[in-house]
Design a protein around this ligand. Structure first.
Ligand code: PMP
Length: 375
């Protein structure tokens, strides 16, 4: 898995101008063009088993239902509270930090996009792994941020030494996506300690499924930002809630940028539902526990079916079929209305990313896999 060093620089104006010859209108040469991120499919028909976008198979905390039932639609006349105080306070209380250390956004995609815009303003490249969340390079491109990808090791782990060179910032998910591989807090601290001159962002979208969060480190390192989401462990992907916790200084800088773009990003209903959800610790622990035990059972079944996989600590399994190609299995599953994720990209094209669903959904998947693999 030897992959070369790869620095990406934003296209210069001259490069853009050359494109003019292919265009009918001069104004098109001034367009901010970018190759967009491709989100996972959201099939709308019923009867589909959807294991392709790492959603939680269980409903959100029961209190969310109560908020929706009791909500007075008259409040929709008014703009939402711009600082989303009710949600910020609930998150601060849950994680034992000050409200001034919490930033909320419309999903962690919004939070991370805002963090790219706020913190990655250097001419030096931002560093992230070559196999990782495929939105990072898109944000870098759209904001014209130079970046350099660092190859993962053979076993998909991160080599901390790769992140000890001059850089304009660092970001990676822990556990990583789509591999599910978890890095230790000690290793992350090693990277943060070596980088006092840039902001380090740890994207903990999947941390609740068995990982140790590096949140305690934010009290020690002013330049560390930890991002989490309500989309996975709190079953609220459709509500769009993400948050970042960091030093008061980092959060202030982010809010300054956010309020310079759009003050009213998060609607009132979402703020209330999010606050209710984050307070229900018992429900959170119960549903996360169910997903973790189903993940471990699924690993055993996948091994029996001849798959190899990383020791995922997230709510998905990154698995490689033995007798058939990943693309073939992906397409055959789809014919049976079972959706998993497949990327036709170097290295990862041998793998499928399978979200952990309910035991019933997983049993249906295993029955289909058995059929496909033994065909
Ligand atoms: N980070 C990672 C690593 C992810 O996989 C995702 C989900 N696509 C996100 C961030 C964004 O999730 P959301 O915007 O739903 O919070």
């Amino acid at each position: 898995m030897l992959r070369g060093r790869c620095i990406h620089r934003p296209p210069s104006n001259t490069a853009f101008r050359k494109d003019v010859i292919y265009m009918n209108n001069k104004w098109e040469s001034y367009v901010r063009r970018v190759v967009p991120y491709t989100p996972g499919e959201q099939p709308q028909e019923s009867g589909v088993i959807k294991l392709n976008t790492n959603e939680n198979p269980y409903p959100p905390a029961p209190g969310v239902r109560r908020i929706l039932d009791d909500f007075d639609c008259g409040r929709m006349r008014l703009y939402p509270t711009p600082d989303a105080a009710v949600l910020v306070n609930a998150i601060a209380e849950t994680y034992g930090v000050k409200p001034s250390q919490v930033f909320v956004g419309v999903g962690s995609d919004d939070v991370i996009a805002m963090a790219f815009m706020t913190f990655f303003g250097s001419d030096k490249p931002v560093l992230f792994p070559d196999i990782t969340y495929s939105f990072y390079d898109v944000w870098a491109d759209v904001y014209r941020i130079p970046y350099e990808t660092k190859s993962l090791r053979e076993d998909f782990t991160i080599n901390p030494d790769d992140y000890k060179c001059e850089n304009g910032g660092i970001i990676f998910p822990n556990p990583n996506a789509p591999t599910g591989v978890l890095e230790s807090v000690d290793m992350i601290e090693d990277i943060v300690r070596a980088n006092p001159d840039s902001v380090v962002i740890i994207d903990e979208a999947y941390i609740d499924f068995g990982g140790e969060s590096c949140l305690p480190l934010v009290e020690k390192y002013e330049n560390l930002l930890v991002v989490q989401t309500f989309s996975k462990s709190r079953s609220m992907a459709g509500m769009r809630i993400g948050f970042a916790i960091g030093s008061e200084k980092l959060i202030k800088y982010m809010n300054d940028v956010k309020f310079s773009v759009n003050s009213y990003t998060m609607n009132t209903v979402t703020q209330l539902c999010g606050a209710e959800a984050v307070r229900d610790k018992a429900y959170f622990e119960e549903t996360v526990g169910r997903i973790v035990s189903e993940r471990e059972r699924s690993k055993k079944r996948l091994a029996e079916l001849g798959f190899t996989f990383t020791d995922s600590k997230s709510n998905f399994i990154f698995a490689k079929p033995e007798r058939k190609t990943a693309q073939y299995v992906f397409e055959e599953l789809k014919k049976r209305r079972i959706y998993v994720r497949f990327w036709n990209k170097p290295v990862i094209s041998d793998y499928l990313r399978i979200t952990v669903g309910t035991p019933e959904e997983m049993d249906a998947l295993f029955a289909a896999l058995e059929e496909i693999i033994n065909e």
